[in-house]
Design a protein around this ligand. Structure first.
Ligand code: FE2
Length: 148
């Protein structure tokens, strides 16, 4: 069970870091398609931030205490800090790569939740994997012409 608790803490920290980066980019994005990118990033951070409370409460259902201090989040997350205001396609590339890391954290936690028969948590994690797969599709589509 310790393993699952630790994986959930990493997922919490990754979710927080990912949401903060998307919000930071939402503020700092510039250029021709400003309104479109500003809105896309706004929707992205809002969706991701919307589950922070549920993640913390799932950690409590595992009878562990949920962390949320900035220092502890920085220690736990697999997501790197970056320039706060890069060019827009660098923003999208960074978020694409970070989203891959969030999905990896989610998959680890999901497999453990299944192993420990934590079916409610496994169900929640499955839904989060689907949500991040959708984010992946959208980020990939924005980056389509950049990859060549
Ligand atoms: Fe806003």
């Amino acid at each position: 069970m310790e393993e699952l608790i630790q994986q959930m803490k990493v997922y919490l920290a990754d979710n927080v870091a990912f949401g903060m980066k998307a919000q930071q980019y939402h503020w700092n994005v510039e250029g021709d398609d400003f309104a479109q990118h500003h809105d896309f990033l706004g929707n992205l951070y809002t969706e991701v931030d919307g589950v922070i409370d549920q993640i913390g409460e799932f950690i409590r259902t595992l009878d562990a205490y949920a962390p949320l201090s900035p220092a502890r989040m920085a220690e736990l997350t697999t997501i790197n800090d970056t320039d706060p205001a890069p060019e827009v396609m660098v923003m999208m590339r960074n978020l694409y790569n970070d989203n891959v890391k969030v999905i990896a954290s989610l998959m680890e936690a999901f497999r453990s939740a299944e192993r420990y028969s934590e079916v409610g948590l496994a169900n929640f994690l499955q839904d989060r994997i689907a949500a991040h797969k959708k984010h992946q599709w959208m980020l990939r589509s924005i980056l389509k012409d950049e990859e060549k």
